[in-house]
Design a protein around this ligand. Structure first.
Ligand code: PMT
Length: 418
């Protein structure tokens, strides 16, 4: 963890923007090793202009002291102990806040909330709170995967509680998996979206493609790309949050479709082409984040190809370039492509942009750590037809999506002025 005196420790937060000015947030901190990250979170929220009232459970205080949080939030921290010294502090705090955020939220705390156990200040406050509630879970991967935790989260979601994360990565136990507290930037962004919704895409129908395509060779094997769908799903989620009717056309992915999208699943490039062209007339913005296979096996065997000792020659047929077809008939639509490159990033991406008649192309060097396929973050250059190249820092994919859609909004404004 970097020193809290530096500003760049809050990865991906738009520092300097007082997006939460005047908003009151109750931040519940529970007893997870990730409680130390709440220090960064308080700093990021206050920097964004929020008035943060911290509530700490007894176990959270074993990981980080109330004094640290009181100093950063510039007000006394509420604890079970201090609750006995005030009159109905849970009701007062619940009524005064605009939003209740619990980060980190342990498996035990999630269970308490899901079942209405009200035996300490934070759990009574949760029941008394009629404002939006956001939870950022943090726990070990096996605990997170346990069906009872998943059921509890689903129950909370069904009541409108917003769950951010968890992220996947190395956990305190040394295990790799889901369970890390979401990035601070992602938590602040979620809070900002809820308290200050941006509706600048409410007139648009955004069609996003995501994930890989699979090109069957026989009933058990296929050719594919390494895409997980994370970049495209983040774009769809951001488009929904900003008011767009959003159509997400996805190749095979393990991700759950974001809330509020019209979701269509495809397998092959030919299927993706058919569905995209079918929905084309509705779309006013098209963003092609999918990593479509450029080739498919020319012949698909009806039964499993038998192993033999001789080399096997595969004949591949080129797949149609869906984006090129869209670019050729784009009309008033805004069309954004992606370019996954392993060298000469800007040059090659610019060539694709011109060849496919795009408004923007988002170039990512997929050899860079933290960029491209399957990771939570991406580092991209947004290139326009006039040679402009906006280089973004390494950001969570959701924040990359936000910056791309910011460019779409300003393009629409420019187009409307002409
Ligand atoms: O899904 P993730 O794991 O989050 O990974 C994200 C990503 C790396 C897949 C994404 O950021 C990305 O770079 N997507 C585009 C990958 C790609 O196929 O690049 P390309 O340079 O081969 O294709 C250029 C553009 O043409 C892309 O917009 C692609 O969707 C489109 N295309 C390509 C081939 C084809 N037959 N039809 C197409 O429409």
């Amino acid at each position: 963890m970097q020193g809290i005196g530096s500003d760049d420790h809050v990865k991906g937060v738009d520092n300097g923007q007082m997006a939460l000015q005047g908003k009151k947030i109750v931040l519940g901190i529970t007893g997870s090793i990730a409680a130390y990250k709440a220090v960064e979170l308080v700093r990021a929220l206050t920097k964004a202009g929020a008035n943060v009232r911290v509530v700490m459970t007894a176990s959270a205080q074993r990981f980080v002291t109330p004094l640290t949080l009181a100093t950063l939030s510039r007000q006394a921290v509420l604890t079970d102990q201090s609750a006995w010294e005030a009159q109905m502090p849970h009701l007062t705090a619940a009524r005064k806040t605009n939003l209740l955020l619990v980060a980190p939220a342990t498996a035990g705390r999630i269970a308490k909330f899901a079942h209405g156990l009200a035996d300490d200040l934070l759990s009574t406050l949760f029941l008394a709170c009629t404002r939006p509630v956001v939870l950022a879970p943090a726990m070990d991967a096996e605990m997170y995967r346990h069906p009872v935790v998943q059921d509890n989260l689903a129950r909370l979601r069904s009541w409108g509680v917003r769950i951010v994360g968890p992220a996947t990565g190395e956990l305190a136990s040394g295990v790799w998996g889901p369970g890390r507290l979401a990035e601070i930037g992602e938590i602040v962004q979620t809070v900002t979206e809820i308290l200050c919704p941006q509706r600048d895409l409410s007139r648009e129908v955004v069609l996003v493609t995501a994930g890989p395509t699979r090109e069957p060779l026989d009933p058990v094997r296929y050719l594919s790309t390494r895409a997980s769908g994370k970049m495209g799903y983040a774009l769809a989620e951001e488009a929904v949050a900003r008011g767009a009717r959003t159509i997400l056309i996805s190749g095979p992915s393990a991700l759950a479709p974001p809330y509020g999208v019209e979701f269509m699943e495809v397998e092959t490039a030919l299927q993706m082409r058919a569905v995209v062209l079918d929905r084309l007339t509705e779309a006013t913005v098209i963003i092609k984040a999918a990593a479509v296979s450029d080739y498919r096996p020319a012949h698909q065997a009806e039964s499993k190809l038998a192993k033999c000792d001789a080399p096997l020659m595969l004949e591949l047929a080129p797949n149609p370039d869906i984006l090129r077809e869209i670019g050729a008939q784009k009309g008033a639509r805004i069309v954004v492509g992606f370019a996954a490159e392993t060298g000469d990033l800007v040059l090659r991406a610019h060539h694709k942009l011109m060849a496919k008649h795009l408004d923007l192309i988002v170039a990512n060097d997929v050899t860079q750590e933290g960029a491209g396929f399957a990771c939570e973050t991406n580092q991209v250059v947004i290139i326009d037809p006039h040679g402009g190249a906006e280089e973004l820092p390494l950001l969570p994919k959701r924040q990359v999506a936000r910056r791309i859609l910011d460019r779409v909004v300003s393009l629409r404004q420019q187009k409307n002025r002409v």
